[in-house]
Ligand binder design. Structure first.
Ligand code: KG4
Ligand code: ZN
Length: 360
């Protein structure tokens, strides 16, 4: 079986063809994957503009799907999988409407996919089935969530951010340093030449005893807004001390040091939570997916911690870290094999939930 995946939840228009292999250990084979990024359009505005995003998806989707079929060397597919949420509703609707029309015209099943289930499937697509139970961290511009996977394709939420997502913190810190959008890749690059101990930014550790935001016992929540505010305070104080005015650019080496110090805290918080959860759930593997999993320090430190604890670490290649449709096609194949298809009344759901009673 071959599934065509379509992803338009945010600022990438993507399509991909994924085939079943018949091998239970490595179930999916990627045939082709095309991503049209809108980053250049949104950069000018310092973030994703929903209306511009939806309009650009409409312009790009036909060409992206056509190129995917050409690259895959065939026009045949046995199902169409599409992201139905969470994401920007206008953007999601473009993909959902397109997928419906295509599935209807081609007389193949329509398969709804949760965006985060897609990110998790990117790990299996490249690395094969994860030894279970597994702990998976999804870390992107919109999400920072921790799941336990006890059976293939079944995700149980065990922690999430109470405020900003980690990618959002990267984007906001980059903005206040005057580094442009998106912030993750720029900070990652500048941090390489900075000292990660130059500034001692705080680590926020939430527990269920946290008075301001009571949690659920056993949950491992994250919080990044305090860190972002600490960076803002530090930058404001340095600008004042150097007489640079409110938006003045700090010296290059200071910017590198701030990036490295901020990144050290983010990576430590994420990996502390991930590996703590792995220990308490007796996990046989851990995984990291989503846009921030492209971060060079997060990737390197996760591998080092995994090696020292003897636990395999699954991280997608850079191409599959950020949004793509290969992960949606693979998750669609899994959903179809589990009996999930949608009717022609399928709708987008901007706040689609996953993994239990609390939103991911
Ligand atoms: O998964 P994704 O493409 O879209 C969402 O579903 O949000 O993630 C985009 C996010 C952005 O916040 C971006 O700054 C961040 O991922 N990102 C990174 C890196 N590359 C992308 N963050 C840290 N380091 C990177 N190298
Ligand atoms: Zn994503």
């Amino acid at each position: 079986m071959i599934v065509l995946g379509i992803e338009t939840s945010c600022d990438e228009t993507a399509a991909a063809l994924v085939e079943e292999t018949g091998d239970a250990a490595r179930p999916w084979r990627l045939k082709s994957s095309v991503v049209a990024s809108q980053v250049a359009i949104h950069r000018e505005w310092g973030g994703v503009v929903p209306e511009l995003s939806a309009r650009q998806h409409i312009r790009d989707i036909c060409g992206v799907v056509e190129r995917t079929l050409l690259d895959g060397g065939q026009a045949r597919y046995d199902g169409v999988a599409v992201t139905t949420g969470p994401g920007l509703v206008g953007s999601l609707l473009v993909g959902v409407a397109f997928a419906k029309s295509l599935a209807w015209a081609s007389r193949v099943p329509l398969i709804p996919v949760h965006h985060l289930a897609g990110h998790v499937e990117s790990l299996v697509l490249e690395g094969g089935e994860m030894p279970l139970p597994a702990i998976v961290l999804i870390v992107s511009g919109g999400h920072t969530s921790l799941y336990v996977v006890r059976a293939p394709g079944s995700l149980e939420l065990i922690g999430r951010t109470r405020d900003d997502a980690a990618g959002e913190a990267y984007d906001k810190v980059a903005k206040l340093l005057g580094l442009g959008y998106p912030g993750g890749p720029v900070i990652d690059q500048l941090a390489v030449e900075g000292s990660d101990r130059a500034v001692n930014f705080p680590k926020t550790r939430l527990t269920h005893a946290d008075r301001n935001a009571p949690g659920i016992p056993g949950r491992r929540d994250f919080s990044f807004s305090g860190l972002k505010t600490a960076v803002l305070r530090y930058v404001t104080a340095r600008r004042e001390a150097l007489g640079l005015g409110t938006l003045g650019r700090l010296p290059d080496q200071e910017i590198r040091d701030i990036c490295a110090s901020f990144q050290r805290v983010v990576v430590e918080v994420l990996l502390d939570r991930l590996f703590e959860a792995a220990r308490s759930y007796d996990a046989r593997s851990v995984g990291i997916a989503g846009g921030v999993s492209a971060n060079s320090r997060l990737r390197a430190d996760a591998r080092t911690r995994g090696e020292s604890r003897g636990i395999p670490v699954f991280i997608p290649s850079l191409a599959l870290s950020t949004d793509n449709a290969a992960m949606i096609a693979a998750a669609g194949l899994r959903a179809f094999r589990a009996g999930t298809t949608a009717g022609w009344d399928l709708n987008a759901n901007a706040a689609l939930k996953l993994g239990g009673p609390v939103a991911g």
